[in-house]
Structure formats: structure tokens, C-alpha cells
Write a protein that binds this ligand. Structure first.
Ligand code: SAH
Ligand code: SF4
Length: 355
């Protein structure tokens, strides 16, 4: 079996692993410091760690499990990375620049089984989950790229909105969140991290029970079951009533704002009537709700949805606003480099026939 990524271990897991092998507790601190503060690319760079410990780590872990296949930089500063995993699978990671900082969008699975009809990722069935190490490594690779530029830039925000359904890879997602949030490591604030789910209600309960204050986004995309089921088949298993019950539980536990993502598909879900239904659906907790209207990105010739027209988006937005719903429109970054999730990967797969 190949060695696993050391980035997959939380601080506690690494400490326990070292203690079990007769190492002193402070070793974990040292190793963690080299990994996340100094950001080494070889275990032998750990100057104050003795040779035996380095050998122990080298015998059991690796620092690199993926290679950079493609890197594209957009005029607006967005950088899209395509990484090749050990098994040849390709995943993508995107760095976006905002006025509030640098945000990285990570992938959690190779493909996705949820199969939303409008999504490029859903076209390619899930072939496997990513390990926690592979998710953390995406952040490390982007951070190391920034380090080489010498501008002292730091990844400050994370969105778990790349390919895959994060709640379908729950344990690895949680370990990833604990690693990147840890103040002994990258120390990325929980409030700067957002996890997006297609609505796996049972996992929203579990997530609400976790002791970490990361933001939750729910891909709603439709305000009634008939429409939602027609574009997201997951709605059969977790219809809107079930989802909203889970939302109630989450809000009660966390008292934190939830973002509802709503992709604007021309003539499908963008009528004024749907805006009114949406406002009604969330009106009872509108002080803890934010609707993010996402203009659809045409992704693939096999998917024939179109983006709603600007005036339609505007009307939808105003209809929500008039009803006291907080909302905004997310205009995309990196439009010139296929920045929509799944686009670069699906293009590359077609080109190279790797899957
Ligand atoms: N699986 C999770 C997270 C990844 S998808 C989820 O569905 O929430 C992240 C977001 O990108 C979702 O809101 C999804 O609807 C949106 N998305 C997918 N394909 C898109 C496209 N072609 N254009 C714009 N947004 C898209
Ligand atoms: Fe999967 Fe999200 Fe795409 Fe749906 S939108 S297929 S859940 S990645």
C-alpha cells in the first residue's frame, strides 16, 4: 500500500501517532510547525527534529501525493490548478482574489454521484472520495505557489465548492476542516470557511453537532419539490420539508447565517413566481438567511441549459429584496480560464482521455 499524506492527520491524530511510537509530545508541535508555518517540501528540512524521527515519518508518510498538470492564470488574478493524483485521476482547485482576501475552492471527490442535471461534475460519476490529506494538500499547493512569488500572500478563505459532495465524504471533510482551522497550523478562521452541500439533510444534523463554526451553504436551486427534483434528483431522498427541518436544527444549534445558493437557469427556475415561493420558504428565518444568485455558466455541449438574462436576474433579486430577504448576485471570477467548477477538468479529460 502506498504511504499516506501527512497532511491528512489532525494535530491530535499526529500527536497520538507519535506518542504510540515512543516520541515525546512536543514533537507534534515541531513537525506541525515545519509543515504549516515553514511549509517544507522534504521531511529532511526539519532542522530541529532528530534523524530517527525523520526516518519514522518518511517510512510512513509522504508530503506530495499529487502533481501539477496545468496551471492557468486569469487576467483578474484567478488561478486554476489541475492536479494529477497518484492513481492518475485529475482534480481541480481554484484560487480567487477578492477585496477581503484570497479564497481557495477545493475539490472533495473525484466526480460526484449526486448528478444534478446542470453540473459538469455530475456528468462524471464519482470514482472515489478524496482523502483528508488530498484535500489539505490542495490548500498547501496553492499556498506554496504563493510563497514562491514572494509577495507574502496568504490563503485567507476556503470554499468547499469544487467537484464532489462534501457531506458524502464527511469524515475526511471534517479532518480537513480541523487541520486548516488549527491555530498551530494554517490557522484559517472557521468563519472564513464555507462548506456547500446539495442538501444531505441527515449530515446537516451531524454537521450542526460538530464543535467548529464554519459557514454552511445549501444548494437549493428551486423553491418547490417538483422543480427541485427535476434538476436535482437528490431531492427525492431529501425533499424540501426534510431539508428545512434540518435547517431549523442547524439554526437552533449554531445560530449562524445559512447561504442558499440558487443557480439562475433561463426559463427553468427564474420566474417571478419562484422568487416569491423562495421568499416564503425562508421568510421565518430570514434574519439568518442569505440567498446567493448564481448566473449559470454554460459548461458542456451535452447540457443545454442557458443562463438567465440579466433583467430576469435583476427582477428575481428585487422580488426577494422587497420581501426582506438578504441576497446578492455572484458574478464569476476567471471567466477567461474556465473557472466554473468542473470545466477545466472535463476539458482536460476529453483531451487526454484520462479517467
Ligand atoms: N456539491 C456541492 C458543492 C460543489 S458544487 C453542492 O452542490 O453544493 C458548488 C456550487 O456550484 C453549487 O451551488 C452548484 O450548484 C454550482 N454549480 C454547479 N455547476 C455550475 C455551473 N455550471 N454554473 C454555475 N454554478 C454551478
Ligand atoms: Fe455534485 Fe454539487 Fe455538481 Fe450537484 S452541483 S452534481 S452535488 S458537485
Amino acid at each position: 500500500m502506498s504511504k499516506s499524506s501527512i497532511y491528512g492527520l489532525t494535530y491530535e491524530q499526529l500527536t497520538e501517532w507519535l506518542l504510540e511510537r515512543g516520541e515525546k509530545r512536543f514533537r507534534a508541535d515541531q513537525v506541525w510547525n515545519w509543515l504549516y508555518k515553514k511549509r517544507i517540501s522534504d521531511f529532511n528540512e526539519m532542522g530541529n527534529v532528530n534523524k530517527e524521527t525523520i526516518k519514522l515519518l518518511e517510512d510512513n508518510f509522504v508530503l506530495h501525493t499529487m502533481g501539477e498538470e496545468v496551471k492557468q492564470e486569469s487576467k483578474d488574478g484567478t488561478i486554476k490548478f489541475l492536479f494529477k493524483l497518484e492513481d492518475g485521476n485529475l482534480i481541480e482547485t481554484v484560487l480567487m482574489r477578492f477585496h477581503y482576501g484570497l479564497s481557495v475552492c477545493v475539490t472533495t471527490q473525484v466526480g460526484c454521484n449526486i448528478g444534478c442535471t446542470f453540473c459538469a461534475s455530475g456528468l462524471l460519476r464519482k470514482s472515489r472520495d478524496l482523502s483528508s490529506g488530498e484535500i489539505v494538500e490542495q490548500i498547501m499547493n496553492v499556498q506554496k505557489h504563493l510563497d514562491t512569488r514572494g509577495d507574502d500572500e496568504r490563503v485567507s478563505h476556503i470554499v468547499v465548492m469544487g467537484i464532489g459532495e462534501p457531506f458524502d465524504n464527511f469524515e475526511n471533510l471534517m479532518d480537513f476542516l480541523y487541520v486548516v482551522n488549527d491555530d498551530r497550523g494554517l490557522n484559517i478562521g472557521a468563519r472564513h470557511i464555507t462548506v456547500s452541500t446539495s442538501g444531505l439533510a441527515h449530515k446537516i444534523y451531524e454537521f450542526a453537532d460538530k464543535d467548529i463554526q464554519v459557514n454552511l451553504a445549501i444548494s437549493l436551486h428551486a423553491p418547490n419539490n417538483e422543480l427541485r427534483t427535476s434538476i436535482m434528483k437528490i431531492n427525492k431522498a431529501f425533499p424540501i420539508e426534510k431539508l428545512m427541518k434540518a435547517v431549523d436544527y442547524y439554526l437552533e444549534k449554531k445560530n449562524r447565517r445559512i447561504t442558499y445558493e440558487y443557480i439562475m437557469l433561463r426559463d427553468v427556475n427564474d420566474h417571478k413566481e419562484e422568487a416569491i415561493q423562495l421568499a416564503n420558504l425562508i421568510k421565518d428565518h430570514r434574519h439568518l438567511a442569505y440567498v446567493n444568485l448564481i448566473p449559470y455558466n454554460t459548461v458542456d455541449e451535452h447540457i443545454d441549459y442557458q443562463r438567465s438574462q440579466s433583467e430576469t436576474i435583476q427582477t428575481f433579486f428585487e422580488t426577494l429584496k422587497e420581501r426582506g430577504i438578504n441576497c446578492g448576485v455572484r458574478w464569476e471570477n476567471g471567466a477567461d480560464i474556465d473557472a466554473a467548477c468542473g470545466q477545466l477538468r472535463s476539458k482536460q479529460i476529453k483531451k487526454t482521455k484520462v479517467v
